[in-house]
Design a protein around this ligand. Sequence first.
Ligand code: ATP
Ligand code: MG
Length: 529
Amino acid sequence: MPPATPRPDTLAAPRLSLDAERVLRLAAQSMFDAFAQAAMGTLVVDREHRIVWISEGYKSFLPALGFPSERDFVGRRVEEVIPNTMLGQVIETGEAILVDLLSNHAGTFLVSRLPLRGEAGEVIGAFGMVMLDHPESRMQPLMQKFARLQGELEQARAQLAAQRRPKYTVASFIGSSPAALDVKRAARRVAQTGSSVLLLGETGTGKELLAHAIHAASGRAARPFVGVNIAAVPDTLLEAEFFGVAPGAYTGAERKGREGKFKLADGGTLFLDEIGDMPLVLQSKLLRALQEQEIEALGSNRVERVDVRIIAATSRDLAAMVADGQFRADLFYRLNVLPIRLPPLRERLDDLEALAEALAEDIARRSGLPQKGLTPEALDLLAAQPWRGNIRELRNVLEQAALMTDDAVLAPAHFAAALRLQAGHAAAAARPASALPDTTGAPALRERAGQDPAPRPPRAGASISLQPLAQQVEDVERRAIAAALQATAGNKLAAARLLQMSRAALYERLARWPELAQARGASDSPAPG
Ligand SMILES: Nc1ncnc2c1ncn2[C@@H]1O[C@H](COP(=O)(O)OP(=O)(O)OP(=O)(O)O)[C@@H](O)[C@H]1O
Ligand SMILES: [Mg+2]
């Protein structure tokens, strides 16, 4: 057995009792034996790179290396007998190579190499171990597992990147009218800065689309884009939504804590949609977070630094809200550094055709149906509409018209029902929602009367009845089906498409409420046109 005693002071404190030193020597010796037995083969090389000893196991490699007996091998310089060995390097540098693959004409080996040191710490040789021969086949299960995990990791990364990839770029903002070009130019310019951006414009003018586009064109594109629709979050939950909740701050579902949107957007962009709907108390907290770039989770007393670029949007007149005391002036000025005003559709009717084309393409792609064209007369009809809901409303009208017919080209007649429906919604939205005062105590912030083409739910405290829920749902369904049948002149197939329900489901309802089907001699053929 060769001397394999490490310097005690490389392993433990310098001053050791004699007893401890003996234990250490024995430990080193038994570890050497253990390695020599566990490994497939071991060898020891001296300071001059000469092989001084090989283990029993190592002898089995000799024939493949071209040495019939141990006598021809031991005593030779390691470089002469083991091609590509790095034991010489371990001796010269004194540094171990814990895991390596050694390949030569004898095969491929998983090896490990350690320096051996004398009493004074000087390198006196090296210890080499063959852990495994043919690792390429013997390690196959491990390699396969590794390859599978690697594949899964890459897939997950690709998915994450796809999720993070911006949904829209500036090019997605369709339009080449002077007003649209101004918007795109401004978006590209502000993207290059880190300042807050304020997007102003009526409902459906593309504020959210543009927020995504600005993020995509900015240096933060590879980082998250996180949106909060302030109007959609109850006032009482907004603070937690923004700043998060510290673990243990609450019991129940929030016990583990939750990260706020500021934290989630760290390094990226935070989109504050409907900023005009922000309650006053929270406005000051938001202002502080923006100024300090620091947040404090609810129930925590620790401030955390965050780096977010804010893009805020609203369809409300913020300046007027400031004048009325509904919006903090200091927050307004902070957000209004780079305002971009999105023009309503009626101010850029030159873009109508390009928009209709792009929207029709998108509708076709999403529905899986062929894309529909428009006659010049249909375009004229569309150009004559008020478009209070702007591009969203245009999209809805195109979608309804396209789904109600199998014809490939849409003429004015195809739009009659959809435009009637939109006009109905607009009229309903323009009607005061309720004569009752707002009992929530909040200013009438959620109101966007006359702008949103989508039907709005009744406001809290308004005409909500306290009948059983199932009955209320049934009432709503009945009214929706009646309206759809009216809009489609009693064509059931078209009505089902309009409501995005199956024909079977519609028939099932009509069987329940026969008065609806009889009311206007409902037909079952595709829409006229
Ligand atoms: N210039 C545009 N080019 C193509 N599509 C557009 C354009 N502007 C808006 N859209 C589409 O119109 C719809 C409404 O846009 P978006 O949600 O961005 O409007 P918004 O201004 O945020 O409206 P709201 O104030 O009601 O939230 C979306 O489907 C969007 O893709
Ligand atoms: Mg929006």
